[in-house]
Ligand binder design. Structure first.
Ligand code: COA
Length: 317
């Protein structure tokens, strides 16, 4: 379904900014990442998105390709970021079909709300595997191509006629900056993701590569926010959650895509090993307090199960 440009790109960027450049994105069929890929493709680039679900990934790729005549967008399903061999094969296929990989986004993530008392060892490991191990595997699969791109598109600080390349971006979260109930598994996984990015910035900076973390806050019309809102409705507290965002509103998918365009552009050539938080200032307030989506600590002490969210929990604890 055609998506209006106001959902994925501000009208301030130069046409052709990413002409003939290639983006590899895990989790690229999800709401936030698909808008980032759309922005990249609209600005002249081609892309390969990978995901577990074949139909969802292939149809998202077809849809994204409609943003620009002549755009090439490959959708590879059955690609589980937990499997390094499958991910490497996907990156190799992307490079073979599109001519290389200049940019990468490690966007695949898994999340559900659960207190530690309802979190099995396997549940914890599942999110660690998708987010942390998956981001590591993504980096390993694309870094040889990013090195090649960084050689061709020198990061000298001067305006470069060939544009930019050799950049990787990790999609993380800010909940672990302060701490949040029901998210032990996600906080641990995202903290690991941040450190993987930091390690790459140090070890691959000498090749001209930049590695950064982009941290979206509550973004409207995303699966994650819909689930949180449903959980919040249980307490009638979703509005309280929103009130605690300093800018007083949820973010737009476009605002995350714009941040990506900046980080991949010449304007951010000297930005390496950092975290760009795009959340309206949310993390600086305590959004998980009494007015948050689940009353703290009453909810924890009640021993209630999280309701209103899609649950895949199997084991009885
Ligand atoms: N609460 C507690 N434990 C849960 C849970 C929940 N809501 N959902 C899953 N688990 C546990 C399962 O019980 C299982 O542990 P067990 O073997 O001890 O029973 C473990 O997590 C693995 O579950 P499984 O369904 O096999 O994992 P999966 O890899 O198929 O799916 C997710 C994991 C995270 C992708 C899945 O929970 C999900 O679909 N989440 C919503 C979608 C999503 O996360 N999108 C990304 C938005 S950021």
């Amino acid at each position: 379904m055609p998506v209006p440009q106001e959902k994925y790109l501000s009208p301030i960027w130069r046409d052709g900014l990413y002409k003939d450049k290639v983006l590899f994105c895990t989790g690229g069929a999800g709401t936030i990442c698909s808008m980032q890929v759309r922005a990249f493709v609209a600005l002249g680039g081609n892309a390969c998105i990978v995901g577990r679900n074949v139909e969802k990934t292939e149809s998202a790729a077809k849809d994204i390709a409609t943003v620009r005549t002549g755009a090439k967008v490959i959708g590879l399903g059955n690609v589980d970021v937990k499997d390094p061999a499958i991910l490497k094969a996907a990156a190799d296929k992307c490079a073979k079909e599109l001519g290389g990989i200049d940019f990468a986004i490690a966007g695949a993530a898994g999340n559900f709300l659960a207190p530690m008392s309802q979190l099995s060892s396997n549940a914890f490991k599942t999110v660690m595997d998708i987010d942390a191990l998956g981001s590591f595997n993504t980096a390993k699969a694309v870094l040889p191509y990013l090195i090649e791109s960084a050689k061709k598109n020198k990061n000298s600080g001067k305006s470069n006629p060939t544009g930019t390349g050799g950049r990787i971006l990790f999609i993380s979260a800010s909940m672990h900056f302060r701490g949040q109930p029901l998210q032990a598994h996600v906080m641990a996984a995202k903290a690991a993701v941040d450190q993987i990015s930091n390690a790459i910035s140090i070890e691959y900076g000498p090749y001209g590569i930049t590695s950064n973390v982009l941290t979206p806050g509550p973004i409207a019309e995303t699966e994650g926010m819909e689930r949180l809102a449903r959980a919040g409705d249980r307490d009638g507290a979703a509005q309280g959650y929103l009130r605690r965002i300093p800018l007083g509103r949820m973010g737009e998918t476009k605002e995350i895509a714009d941040a990506m365009v900046y980080l991949f552009s010449e304007a951010a050539s000297y930005v390496n090993g950092t975290t760009l938080v795009v959340d309206g200032g949310q993390w600086r307030t305590n959004s998980s307090g009494d007015e948050g989506f689940s009353k703290y600590p009453d909810f924890i002490l009640s021993g209630e199960e999280v309701t209103g969210v899609k649950s895949g929990r199997r084991s009885k604890l």
